[in-house]
Design a protein around this ligand. Structure first.
Ligand SMILES: [Zn+2]
Length: 426
């Protein structure tokens, strides 16, 4: 019985977070919808496909609009009219191999083409209506945004916790980007929690077309909660940054790591001893991130490339001078992607993980200098990025208030244990 008590408690919490009236109303509507049966006419590209014989195809090598139409019993004057009078709407010479098209034919035995629909891209299409007088026009599919909330408690990894719930992989990427400066994703712990609010994009109500950037997030790492709200910091340049509930910028001038989703294989350690060298003291003044060969290596901050070369044990490497205080270096690359003297932005790919130089396996050795001395970047208090301008703060706090409440109301979805699933299924 106690098991159901838990579920009951969860429902109570849910109810206290939502407006009671609203939720009852929706429930009533749902029941009504369940009883009434209305035939649904689904229109595609503005046409009821039931009225036609439908041919879906893609443009092949050697296809031309004229040939396609002639073989579907469209007479030559009509083809000529489209080609000449509607050049601006539909340039028949520009149909591309591989693009999908639809021909709607009459349902009678003639199967004459009535409508030709060409997909310019996933959203935009062109209609050539060959019935009566010929016309061509451009249209676009209906794009709908559906808000989605998600949450999770990490058991193994962030990507697994997110994928488990059928959430877009881009959300994982986005979430780790938002917190890249404040949370060391290589030290995530079992029991760390997250919540996100974002929108999913759908074409014609049904075709999933990807996740939009996260609007608000919450991450609890090692018992420390960090909120993140997307806010346009600079409306002129439309720069969106993420800020916490006190309007602190979550961005730092340095990324926590030069690679995404790898693991630290060796930390900065001045007292390291290596068996190979007879347990002699071999200090390790870098942090090693193990990752598959070819993994992109990112500049952890803006700066100028001072070295991009190959030298002894370092193998192929890049060194960047960020300012008078900080420099970073990235060793054992498969290949560099920048040259000496080049200016790079934070997150730019400067090379790829390899095994050049003195290394037992594919990894990037990341070295960090402060005032000419090599230090452990994971223990450094890194400088903060620009804070939110004083003038924008009142608007910001007003903007985030409902989002924060919404976040606080999201429940964590715990994965039911297998035995519980069995009981529920019986
Ligand atoms: Zn190293």
């Amino acid at each position: 019985m106690h098991k159901y008590w838990g579920i009951f408690m969860a429902l109570m919490l849910l109810a206290s977070c939502k407006e009671d009236n609203a939720s009852q109303e929706t429930q009533g509507k749902k029941e009504e919808l369940a009883i009434v049966h209305v035939p649904i006419i689904v229109k595609q590209y503005g046409f009821n496909f039931d009225d036609f014989t439908v041919q879906h195809d893609t443009v092949r090598n050697g296809d031309s609009f004229g040939e396609l139409m002639l073989s579907n019993k469209v007479d030559y004057p009509k083809i000529a009219k489209i080609t000449q009078d509607y050049k601006d709407t539909f340039d028949v010479r520009k149909i591309r191999v591989g693009k999908p098209y639809v021909i709607l034919k009459s349902k009678d035995t003639t199967e004459q083409a009535q409508v030709f629909i060409y997909e310019n891209d996933a959203i935009n299409f062109t209609v050539v209506d060959l019935r009566d007088s010929v016309v061509a026009y451009k249209d676009r599919k209906e794009v709908k945004y559906v808000e989605r909330e998600a949450s999770g408690i990490i058991a193994t990894s962030l990507s697994e916790a997110i994928l488990e719930q059928g959430i877009d992989y881009n959300v994982t990427n986005n979430l780790s980007d938002i917190y890249a400066w404040t949370i060391d994703f290589f030290r995530l712990q079992k029991g760390d929690k997250f919540k996100v609010i974002y929108k999913e994009k759908y074409i014609n109500d049904s075709i999933y077309a990807g996740a939009e950037p996260i609007e608000a997030a919450f991450f609890e790492h090692n018992g420390t909660p960090i909120y993140a709200f997307a806010y346009e910091n600079d409306s002129l340049k439309s720069i969106v940054d993420y800020f916490d509930e006190e309007a602190n910028n979550l961005r730092r001038t340095f990324l926590r790591a030069p690679v995404k989703f790898s693991r630290i294989s060796s930390r900065y350690n001045l007292k390291r001893r290596i068996r190979y060298y007879g347990y002699k003291l071999r200090p390790h003044k870098g942090t090693d991130y193990a990752a598959p060969i070819g993994t992109p290596i990112m500049a952890t901050a803006d700066g100028t490339v001072t070295e991009s070369t190959r030298k002894g044990g370092n193998g192929k490497y890049v060194k960047i001078r960020h300012n008078g205080t900080y420099s970073t270096q990235y060793l054992h690359m498969k290949k560099q992607n920048v040259r000496k003297g080049e200016f790079v932005r934070q997150g730019d790919v400067i090379g790829w993980v390899g095994m050049t130089g003195n290394t037992g396996g594919p990894h990037v050795c990341y070295r960090f200098w402060r005032n000419g001395r090599q230090v452990d970047p994971l223990k450094e208090e890194l400088p903060l990025a620009e804070p939110l301008a004083e003038a924008l703060r009142p608007d910001y706090f007003e903007f985030i208030a409902p989002l924060k409440e919404q976040l606080d109301c999201i429940e964590y979805i715990e994965k039911p244990k297998e035995e519980e699933l069995l009981t529920l299924n019986q």
